[in-house]
Structure formats: structure tokens, C-alpha cells
Design a protein around this ligand. Structure first.
Ligand SMILES: [Zn+2]
Length: 348
């Protein structure tokens, strides 16, 4: 790996200059917005006629719930959600590609569609970003979103066989690399490795990102976001926020942060810990509170915005947005709440 020979993509300077001026805004949740559309199996699968930019994909597997597929079968609906978030104040739009790896798409029999899903996912977000910019003149950035997959490289899923692993580092590295290549081809400005519950998975994603950067001859900005899965303040693979930072610092990410899981109130102490140790920009995008008994999210835009505004008031954040349950109204309220405050100063 000769990453020292790589130069940073010009977009990094643009983002850094903006982040020096103000707290940047990330968008809200795609999944809970898609739920409100009430789509049917036929909507998801386009009656079995799944056309990608490259080819046509065949599968007999039911596709309802495969939200990533909608960038091919309902692209206008996904573009509209991106656009609503952009017009609510988001500077950075996340592609609808959380499960767009061969590993996660194996559940739907669409491993062969990864390149098309990744390219189309970035293109759909890019169209919304460019449309928003044409509307109000404000630059928008597209973050190619890379999820954790549904397998963990460092913990056995079988209590009777603790040495067993459902996925290897190299399988993850290859899967992430394939997804990232498509995202960049489709027009992503940066790569967001998010909802990290297993740091070994994230390390494979970071490794893959550097391999792809080597191929394209420049380093795109990286955003890295972990998730604290219980009140003890650790990731699923057992790390504190400080340990998590030291595990990913070698990637020299544009931002490191936390998303999803606990909601803003319970996220706060872990975010404060991370902000105290990381010598890069901090990004936080919590859920709209803890899930209720029905798996929904109850915090109003005002409630989430008050909590995230508190992060800004106390100098903890540089980029903020929302995860599960957050709507364009949440993002608008969050943008308003943080606007009076200066971005966090990166410790020297
Ligand atoms: Zn979430």
C-alpha cells in the first residue's frame, strides 16, 4: 500500500473550508421514509423486470423490504426523498445503499446486481444533489453509504462454536471494494462507512477504500461512524468510543462519529468521549429516540433538534444529521438548532 503517494481529491479542501465556517448538515433516514410510501412487492421488484445500467437481473426471491433495490425499480421516489432532505438543509446526502454488498444482498439473491445497485444509488443521489444546488445555489455532496453488512468478522454467531466466523476479512474487503467502486463511478464525492458495530468489519471497509483509492489515483474523504449498541457504552465488538477511535485513526478520516442505536440523549456521553480524543472532525446522527414497542420512533423534530442543538452548544460536533426515524422536518429543525453555534475545534 503506497497511500502516501496518493493526493487528496479536491473535494476534501472544499469540505474542510465549509466545515471551518459552520456545522455541516447530513441528511436523515432513508429507510423510515421509504416505509411511509407503503410499497408493494411489485413496486420493489418492478414485476420481476429489474433493469440496471449494466444489464437485467433475474431472481425468484421476494424483494419487498430490499430498500436498496429501489434505486433501480423506483428511482424517482428515492430521488425525491434525497431532494426533500437537501431542501431541508442537508449539505451531504447519503446514498440509499446501506445493504448494497454481495454479502447483504445474498439474502435477496441479488449478489449479481451489486455494481448496478451501487452506480445507480450514487446517480440517484447525485441527481437530487445537483437539482437542489440548481434550485438554491448551495453546493451539496454525495456520500456513498457503506453499511456494516449482516455478518460480523470478530464474533461467532454460534454459541456452541466460538471460533466460527460467518465471514472473513478478505470476503468483506472484496465485497466493500466492489460496492465502493460502483459508488464512485456513479458520482459519490466521499465514502461513509456507517453503523459500525464490529470494528473488524470497518477495518476491512477502510482497507477496501484505500485499495479503490489506489486504483482511481486519489483519496476521497472518508467518514467513519460507529454505533453504540447498549447502555454500557460499547460497540457490539466490545469497544469504548476511545478504543474505537484508536482502531480507525490510521485512516485519517475526514470525520469520525456515532450514529443510530440509542438516540441523541443516550448517545451524548459517548459522543463527548469521542470528541475528547479524536483529532479530526466529529459527526453525530442519532435516531429519533429509542424505538417504541412497534419499532417506530417517537421523537418530534423539536425534541431531536433540542438534543442535537445541545451537542453544538457544547462544542462537541462538526457534522450533524439524523438516523432511523428522522424526516426532512427533523433535519430542518436540527439545521436551525445548530446554526447559532460555531463548529467544534479539533484538538491539536
Ligand atoms: Zn439508524
Amino acid at each position: 500500500m503506497k497511500d502516501f503517494a496518493l493526493h487528496d481529491a479536491p473535494v476534501l479542501d472544499e469540505l474542510r473550508a465549509l466545515a471551518a465556517e459552520r456545522i455541516l448538515i447530513l441528511d436523515g433516514a432513508m429507510g423510515t421514509m421509504i416505509q411511509t410510501l407503503g410499497l408493494s412487492e411489485e413496486d420493489y421488484s418492478a414485476h420481476g423486470h429489474i433493469h440496471g445500467p449494466g444489464c437485467r437481473h433475474h431472481t425468484d426471491h421476494p424483494q419487498k423490504g430490499n430498500n436498496d433495490l429501489l434505486v433501480l425499480t423506483k428511482p424517482d421516489a428515492i430521488e425525491e426523498i434525497h431532494y426533500q432532505f437537501a431542501m431541508a438543509g442537508a449539505d451531504i446526502l447519503e446514498t440509499n445503499t446501506f445493504s448494497g454488498t454481495t454479502i447483504a444482498q445474498a439474502d435477496y439473491g441479488l449478489e449479481g446486481a451489486i455494481h448496478d445497485l451501487s452506480v445507480a444509488g450514487a446517480q440517484v443521489a447525485r441527481r437530487a444533489a445537483d437539482r437542489a444546488q440548481a434550485t438554491d445555489g448551495k453546493r451539496r455532496f454525495v456520500a456513498g453509504a457503506v453499511g456494516p453488512t449482516n455478518r460480523t468478522a470478530s464474533i461467532s454467531p454460534d454459541v456452541n462454536d466460538p471460533g466460527f466466523r460467518a465471514v472473513s476479512f478478505d470476503e468483506l474487503r472484496r465485497a466493500y471494494g466492489q460496492q465502493m467502486e460502483g459508488l464512485i463511478e456513479g458520482g459519490a464525492d466521499l465514502i461513509l462507512i456507517e453503523t459500525i458495530f464490529d470494528t473488524l468489519n470497518a477495518k476491512a471497509a477502510i482497507f477496501a477504500a484505500f485499495e479503490v483509492f489506489q486504483k482511481i489515483g486519489q483519496r476521497l474523504p472518508l467518514m467513519i461512524s460507529g454505533t453504540i449498541t447498549d447502555a454500557s457504552g460499547r460497540t457490539l465488538s466490545g469497544q469504548t468510543p476511545t478504543a474505537f477511535w484508536h482502531s480507525v485513526a490510521h485512516a485519517r478520516p475526514f470525520t469520525v462519529g456515532l450514529n443510530c442505536a440509542l438516540g441523541a440523549d443516550l448517545m451524548r456521553p459517548h459522543l463527548a468521549e469521542l470528541a475528547g480524543v479524536a483529532d479530526t472532525l466529529i459527526c453525530a446522527y442519532p435516531n429519533a429516540g429509542l424505538p417504541n414497542a412497534f419499532g417506530g420512533y417517537d421523537e418530534t423534530p423539536e425534541q431531536t433538534a433540542a438534543l442535537v442543538g445541545g451537542f453544538a452548544r457544547d462544542g462537541l460536533v462538526n457534522v450533524v444529521g439524523g438516523c432511523c426515524g428522522t424526516t426532512p422536518d427533523h433535519i430542518r429543525a436540527i439545521a436551525d438548532a445548530v446554526a447559532p453555534y460555531a463548529p467544534r475545534k479539533v484538538p491539536a
